[in-house]
Design a binder for this molecule. Structure first.
Ligand code: SF4
Length: 398
């Protein structure tokens, strides 16, 4: 009940992300021409669907207990050992990152931070009124041909200049906390999981109290995730493909689906399907699975929803995303013609209808007509790579 009421209040405060029920049949048709976006970009389920969620007026970040017991230090050391013969992600490249060898993700011993900022485009329970505290890491263990963050994920010669110490990363987290952000949202953290844990340890000692979000492409090692149990409060994985062939063609990694599903099972083991909110309707703990709808059903949304329902739970929160647009190689290379356009409204509505058909009970979905315009970052502006959605104008439809 609470979450529905909170979303209504947030909308009226001008929060960036708008909500509608998964089962709402009144989705608007896309409009053309210049107009100010009057509604935010995400939609929320009906309050009645929230019976299994848990509200905690005071919920401590889970890493604090680990820090106090000394367990966090032990976890950090165990994670750092994986850097010696790198097995931090399923690419398992075996390079010694502690001696300056670059792994297949072109990353070494120190974290690379391309941008950190309050961000207002995440799901509403993460964005709240003061923004998610996003930390965007440079490089990535995937090479998605349509990556909207390609300026930072696939430019390793540039990104090496953005290496920072663990202490500096911890300071960024504390700065975001001081700015009033609701959480620390690590974006593309997989290849820096040990460095993230080390920075959390330092920041906890210096007063960090915000929940930690692990915003990942899901190509994660189960061993690493086990070591992150209760270091991370909120898992926010993309489940990108239901077929590893697509993962190889479009993200350049083998066995994507097998690894991502194993990772999600481990995340689910840690969090279950319960979402924990604080008294302001902000998410404090749980698992939210993102599904980005791709043109020509490249993502395999039906198969992924079936898998979530059958292998995890129909009550796992799903965030259905309409923001895809052709960028990076998908915009220019004929080999990727299937991804060379935005999704059509018909494709979007088909994906939306699957939520009901599959009995998925909880989550968010973006608004079709604004999402692909707002989520176009330009990381040349490191301070504010995203336009503020409240100032956002739709100027054209693709
Ligand atoms: S996983 Fe995400 S950040 Fe990495 S290349 Fe793919 S879209 Fe970009």
């Amino acid at each position: 009940m609470f979450r529905g009421r909170a979303c209504y209040e947030l909308r009226h405060r001008g929060a960036p992300a708008g909500y509608t029920n998964f089962l709402d049949k009144t989705l608007r048709a896309p409009t053309r021409g210049t107009r100010r976006a009057s509604r935010p970009a995400f939609c929320a389920p009906a309050p009645l669907l929230y019976t299994h969620t848990h509200m905690a007026s005071e919920h401590r970040a889970s890493y604090l207990a680990l820090y106090e017991s000394g367990e966090l230090s032990r976890r950090v050391r165990a994670l750092e050992r994986l850097l010696v013969k790198c097995s931090v992600c399923p690419l398992d490249c075996g390079n010694d990152r502690t001696r300056g060898e670059l792994a297949r993700c072109y990353s070494g011993a120190l974290p690379i931070v391309s941008s950190y900022t309050a961000h207002f485009g995440e799901e509403p329970a993460l964005t709240g009124t003061r923004g998610a505290g996003n930390i965007f890491f440079g490089n990535c263990n995937l090479r998605c041909v349509y990556c909207q963050n390609y300026q930072i994920s696939q430019t390793h010669k540039e990104q090496i200049k953005n290496e920072v110490t663990h202490e500096r990363l911890a300071s960024m987290m504390l700065e975001l906390q001081a700015r009033g952000c609701h959480n620390i949202n690590f974006v593309s953290p997989t290849h820096f999981a040990p460095q993230v844990a080390r920075a959390i340890l330092i920041a906890a000692e210096r007063g960090l109290r915000l929940p930690v979000v692990y915003n990942t492409n899901a190509y994660d090692s189960v061993e690493v995730l086990k070591l992150l149990d209760r270091v991370v409060d909120i898992y926010l994985p993309d489940l990108k493909y239901a077929d590893s062939g697509e993962g190889y063609a479009y993200s350049k990694v083998p066995n994507y689906t097998e690894h991502a599903r194993a990772a999600l099972k481990e995340m689910f083991r840690q969090t279950g399907d319960e979402l924990v909110f604080d008294g302001q309707g902000l998410l404090r703990r749980g698992l939210v699975v993102r599904l980005l709808v791709l043109p020509n059903d490249v993502a395999g949304v039906r198969e992924s929803l079936e898998w979530i329902r059958d292998e995890l739970s129909p009550r796992v929160a799903v965030s259905l995303m309409a923001q895809y647009y052709a960028t990076n190689k998908a915009a220019t290379d004929d080999r990727y013609v299937l991804l060379s356009r935005r999704i059509s409204e018909t494709e979007w509505l088909r994906a939306v209808s699957l939520l009901e058909e599959m009995g998925i009970e909880e989550g968010w979905m973006q608004e079709y007509d604004t999402a692909s315009h707002y989520y176009r970052p330009d990381f040349r502006d490191r301070e504010t790579p995203f336009k503020d959605v409240r100032d956002f104008q739709v100027t054209s439809e693709q």
